[in-house]
Design a protein around this ligand. Structure first.
Ligand SMILES: *Cc1c(COP(=O)(O)O)cnc(C)c1O
Ligand code: SF4
Length: 338
């Protein structure tokens, strides 16, 4: 008789965040099936295909094609329409790229595109056409980046971005920290990430320890566009991050049909504050090819923002900004129009 009923120890191990990431949904058919939706309009892009972790899918409403979380990740045929005024590099970032992987556009801080990978593919993303493979720093370039930063006294903050820096393996992320932790001119390390929202298991003990052990100020800027993305799992992770001494901020992109009304944005600000996160930026959409169907006319943006000012405590109002090519800061949107 075989002992096949006895489970081997391996099967009792819980899933790691990497395994969960590997199981992200990449088929539109499967996503529709999980959500109990009819497969009516299916668009399968040639690149930047559907990618969404199951933890994020679980926050979507069943049977609702207009769910604001679904709309952020579902490929749409409108993406293929070429629009005048939309480009593949709307921010002309290639002009501020002294070393592969390093963007030095603003005086006091640099942004490192540590990886091209993300846990989720957001359809409106301005980096969807960025050649990450060509821009991902090698080990040698990591060293060059370190020397560049060390040699520039103006720089006091390093931003890990991407892609999503938290999609890096722990080992690779630890290498980046080790390097930047050792630079005396750097006061703050900032992480721009969506992982705690779309794959909360990424915020594990190893990450918390890495952050806690850094001698620098640590700021984490989350990217949340709708209050439905915030649940008790995220709340627990935010609490753990705060206990590790990390400042938590959020950036939102203003997106048509997702969050382009004052009630939705006020609700988001309150929900963020409820989990210990302060609203930082509200971005006007970058004019990237394939994202025109998310665009909100600027007059409407301004109208919404005035209403937010009227309704929210000052610290719950994010700064309304636009990223303009060759400007050395994020440009505040002009609220005073004829
Ligand atoms: C957004 C951004 C930063 C950070 O800007 P803050 O205003 O400090 O949040 C830095 N570098 C680049 C290239 C950026 O796009
Ligand atoms: S997580 Fe950020 S970088 Fe990645 S696809 Fe979404 S918006 Fe773009």
């Amino acid at each position: 008789m075989k002992n096949s009923a006895i489970p081997v120890v391996d099967e009792l191990k819980s899933t790691t965040w990497q395994e969960e990431l590997g199981q992200a949904v990449s088929s539109v058919h499967e996503l529709y099936e999980i959500l109990g939706l009819d497969c009516t309009k299916i668009h399968t892009p040639k690149s930047f295909g559907l990618k969404v972790p199951r933890a994020f899918v679980r926050k979507m409403k069943q049977g609702d094609l207009n769910d604001p979380l679904l709309l952020q990740v579902l490929p749409d045929t409108q993406e293929t329409i070429a629009m005048a005024g939309y480009s593949n590099d709307p921010l002309l970032e290639h002009e501020h790229n002294p070393i592969k992987g390093l963007l030095h556009k603003y005086k006091s801080r640099v942004l490192i595109t540590t990886t091209g990978a993300c846990a989720v593919h957001c359809r409106y993303c301005f980096r969807q056409h960025f050649d990450y493979q060509a821009n991902m720093p090698t080990a040698a370039q990591m060293g060059e980046i370190g020397s560049y930063i060390a040699a520039c006294d103006d720089i006091d903050e390093v931003i890990f971005s991407g892609g999503d820096p938290l999609s890096l393996s722990h080992r690779r992320l630890a290498l980046w920290f080790e390097m930047i932790n050792a630079l005396p001119n750097i006061k703050t390390i900032r992480i721009h990430t969506r992982l705690p929202v779309v794959l909360p298991s990424r915020v594990d003990d190893a990450l918390l320890t890495l952050l806690k052990n850094s001698p620098k100020n640590i700021v984490m800027v989350l990217h949340i566009n709708h209050a439905n993305e915030i649940d008790t799992v995220l709340q627990d992770k935010c609490q753990a991050l705060k206990q590790a001494g990390i400042t938590l901020l959020n950036q939102t992109v203003l997106l048509k049909s997702v969050n382009d009304d004052v009630d939705t944005l006020c609700k988001l600000s309150h929900a963020l504050f409820g989990v210990g996160v302060l609203p930082y930026y509200l971005h006007v959409l970058d004019k990237v090819q394939g994202a025109a169907h998310f665009d909100v006319p600027i007059a409407r943006v301004v109208e919404i923002y005035w209403q937010m000012l009227e309704r929210l405590s000052g610290y719950l109002v994010p700064k309304l900004v636009q990223e303009l090519p060759n400007k050395p800061y994020k440009t505040p949107v002009n609220l005073y129009r004829e």
